[in-house]
Every structure is written in structure tokens, then in C-alpha cells.
Design a protein around this ligand. Structure first.
Ligand code: DOR
Length: 424
């Protein structure tokens, strides 16, 4: 199968691509990148006219909840991968808090098989750190590594036992896989609903202090200096965490981290009307935290953007605030939200956003990416000028705090292994 992407502006800082060129794809790989390639190719080849459009490396999401197996009413591998494709994601890592939990090889095999038969983007399972996410006993980490997980996480839960966390780090180091940690001191956040601060008091909701995150980030980085290995801090939300991560990076520790589009753009005031589509864990924080996150994304302290796409049904989210589950969806809006809110407002460079969505996350899980000859033809084509209103979702769930928002910049094509899997 051949495909020519003609005349798009390539944006891939990791391969020093920043000009108008063609991309010729054959058998799922990028065969050549250059000017006017069409003229040297035989006639009649499938082509996409990308004039006036941006061509970027395919986006890679390190943090997606696909909900299958167990909660297919919220999302499935089929619908989640289609939502991903619409958002420009060519690869997604799925979190292990399914039912059953991804804590043994058979569940990894099930997800991989389903992804092969029903998915339309690449799916990389993340294995659990502890059995059933119970925080007491390590999962079969060697078995999981053998089955092909790209990291370990108890996402949604914290490994509160520091001794167990130390062991998990030692094991993960043997496989050179990151621990993708959910940093939350559960004793400090118990019964909490939103960020602890002015709005938790004003709304009469129990608060979750940012120190709950800071303490666990500090603990895990301290353990990392003891054991070695790799830690990836999931959904970083607090300015204090950013300071600790920045110092750890300066000290040469192998720590990476992500921030979500919602934590980068919404503060806890969003919840003033008790809108549960903004109820998420970690909670939306303060304006000061957002400023720190944006600065850290711009200076590279925050390596990547990840969605934490966490689908929940309407009936679950329509409950009273403190009974509704935590989680927001994000795959379909991530790029456009950040392009509109950060790039257009000159808080982040366009190439910085592209890197944080594509080649940087790919390198954390060791996946080949980027616009260069020999790479898999995983590409995202964007119209910077397209304006639209966030209305319909491909995801089975619609718990998005961005519903109804007017955004700018839209994914027009998503291409996986040379095949167009989404076309606007
Ligand atoms: O808000 C969240 N929802 N945070 C998590 O860590 C888990 C996720 C979920 O699975 O719904």
C-alpha cells in the first residue's frame, strides 16, 4: 500500500522538520521525505493534499482508560480507539484499572487481541503494580513485562506502602520499564471531592490538599534515588510537585511527568455550579498551579501532555456531586484545547505542543516515532485555522468539561501504519 502526503508543513522538532515537504509512505513505513516527491512517483498513487495543513508525528497518549474488560457501558477498545483517532492519537497506553485488573498475562493478551481485531490505533497496555490494585502485594510484574506491558501503574490508587513501592521500583528496573505513578496520599484526601482551598470552603465540599500529591511525589523521587529505575509521574496537578520534579531532574534522576489538558487550562472555580464533568482526581487546582504547570511544560520540566481519558456514563455523572465518580474524557479535545488555550495565547510554542503530544511520550515507552525515513507512518494532519464547537463525541461517554466550547485547530486526518483511520 502506498500513500503520498503532498505539500503539508511538517512539524517535528526531534527530526528538525519545519518546512513544506511531501511524505511518501509504502508498506506502513515512511519511505522518503522531501520536496516534490510526487513528480518522481508513478501516476495514480493515493494522495492526500495537505497544502495549508500541518503534518505532525502521530500523537501518543500515555494515559487512557479504555474500560474494557469490565465497563463496556463506559467505553470499549473499539470506541476508545476511534475517539483516539479523532483526536489525532495513533498510539494509546491503556490503564490497568479494568475489571479484571491488568495484573496478569491473560488480561494483557485479551486487550492486545481485542485491539488487533477491533481497535483502529495502536494500543499499549500498562500493567498493575499490585494485585487487584490492592496496594498490598506486587502483581506478576515479570509475567506482565513478558506479555509486553509498557509500564506499571496502580492508577486511581496509590501504593501507600513505601517498602512495597521500593520493591516495585527494583523489579521495574530489571525490565527497564517506568512506574507510572498516581501520586496521592490517600489518608490526606479521604472523602475529598475537590481541591482544598477557597472553592471547597465556598461550596461546602470536602477538600483534597495539593500536599497529598506533593508528599507522594517527594517520597517516590526519594525512593528512586535509593533504587534507581524510572518513574513517570501521572497527571501532575500541583505547583509544589513541579518544583520537586524540576529539582530531581536537575539532580539527574530518571523522572518524567505528564500534565493533562484539563489541569493545564481549568481551575477549581469551574466547579462553582457543581458540574460533575469537572470532577476529577487529582482535582482541578488553583490559578497559581495552572501557571506553574504551563511554565513547566514550556521549559520541559513537564515532558508530555497525557489525556487521562476517563469515561463515565451520564447516569453515573448525573448524581449528586459527592456521589459522582472522578474522571473526564479527553482524547477528542486534547490538541484543540491546548492549541486554543496555550499556543494561540502564546504561552507555549506550537512545536513544543507537538513534541509533548508525540515524540516525547513515544520515547518514554520506547515506541518508534517521528517524521523520518524508516519510521512507522503514524502521522497526524492538522488544520490550524479550523474553528469548531465541541459537541458530539465518538467516545461512549461525554463527561467533558469542554463541551460547548468554541475551539480552534483541528485534527483532519490520522494515519496509522500508512492507513487513514480518521478523516474529518
Ligand atoms: O479522575 C480520575 N479518574 N482519576 C484517576 O486516577 C482514575 C480515573 C478513572 O479511572 O476514572
Amino acid at each position: 500500500m502506498e500513500l503520498l502526503i503532498k505539500g503539508g508543513k511538517l512539524v517535528d522538532p526531534s527530526n528538525k522538520q519545519n518546512s513544506v515537504k511531501d511524505i511518501y509512505i509504502k508498506d506502513g513505513l515512511i519511505k522518503s521525505v522531501g520536496k516534490d516527491l510526487g513528480e518522481t512517483l508513478k501516476k495514480g498513487i493515493n494522495a492526500i493534499d495537505a497544502k495549508g495543513l500541518i503534518v505532525a508525528p502521530g500523537f501518543v497518549d500515555l494515559h487512557t482508560h479504555l474500560r474494557e474488560p469490565g465497563r463496556e457501558d463506559e467505553e470499549t477498545i473499539a470506541t476508545g480507539t476511534r475517539a483516539a483517532a479523532k483526536g489525532g492519537f495513533t498510539s494509546i497506553c491503556c490503564m490497568p484499572n479494568t475489571n479484571p485488573v491488568v495484573d496478569n498475562k491473560s488480561v494483557v493478551d485479551f486487550i492486545k487481541e481485542k485491539a488487533r481485531s477491533e481497535g483502529i490505533v495502536k494500543v499499549f497496555p500498562v500493567g498493575a503494580i499490585t494485585k487487584g490494585l490492592n496496594g498490598r502485594e506486587l502483581a506478576e510484574m515479570a509475567d506482565l513485562a513478558d506479555a509486553g506491558v509498557v509500564g506499571f501503574s496502580d492508577d486511581g490508587e496509590s501504593v501507600m506502602d513505601s517498602r512495597l513501592m521500593r520493591r516495585a521500583l527494583e523489579y521495574s528496573k530489571m525490565f527497564d520499564l517506568p512506574l507510572m505513578v498516581h501520586s496521592e496520599d490517600k489518608n490526606l484526601t479521604r472523602d475529598g471531592q475537590i481541591n482544598e482551598g477557597y472553592w471547597s470552603t465556598a461550596l461546602g465540599l470536602k477538600g483534597m490538599p495539593s500536599q497529598a500529591e506533593e508528599i507522594m511525589v517527594a517520597r517516590d523521587i526519594s525512593l528512586l534515588s535509593l533504587t534507581g529505575g524510572r518513574i513517570h509521574i501521572a497527571h501532575t496537578s500541583a505547583s509544589e510537585s513541579v518544583d520537586i520534579i524540576r529539582k530531581a531532574k536537575n539532580d539527574g534522576l530518571k523522572v518524567t511527568c505528564e500534565a493533562t489538558p484539563h489541569h493545564l487550562t481549568l481551575n477549581d472555580e469551574y466547579l462553582r455550579n457543581f458540574d460533575t464533568s469537572g470532577k476529577v482526581n487529582p482535582p482541578l487546582r488553583s490559578k497559581k498551579d495552572i501557571e506553574a504547570l504551563i511554565e513547566a511544560l514550556a521549559d520541559g520540566t513537564i515532558d508530555v501532555v497525557a489525556t487521562d481519558h476517563a469515561p463515565h456514563t451520564l447516569s453515573e455523572k448525573e448524581k449528586e456531586f459527592d456521589l459522582a465518580p472522578f474522571g473526564v474524557i479527553g482524547l477528542e479535545t486534547a490538541f484543540s484545547v491546548l492549541f486554543t488555550e496555550l499556543v494561540k495565547k502564546k504561552l507555549l510554542s506550537f512545536s513544543g505542543l507537538i513534541e509533548a503530544l508525540s515524540t516525547k511520550p513515544a520515547s518514554i515507552i520506547g515506541v518508534k516515532s517521528g517524521i523520518k525515513e524508516g519510521s512507522p507512518a503514524d502521522l497526524t494532519v492538522i488544520d490550524e485555522k479550523r474553528k469548531f464547537k465541541v459537541e458530539d463525541f465518538i467516545s461512549k461517554s461525554s463527561n467533558s468539561p469542554f463541551k460547548g466550547r468554541e475551539l480552534e485547530g483541528k485534527v483532519i486526518y490520522t494515519i496509522v501504519d500508512g492507513k487513514v483511520v480518521f478523516e474529518e
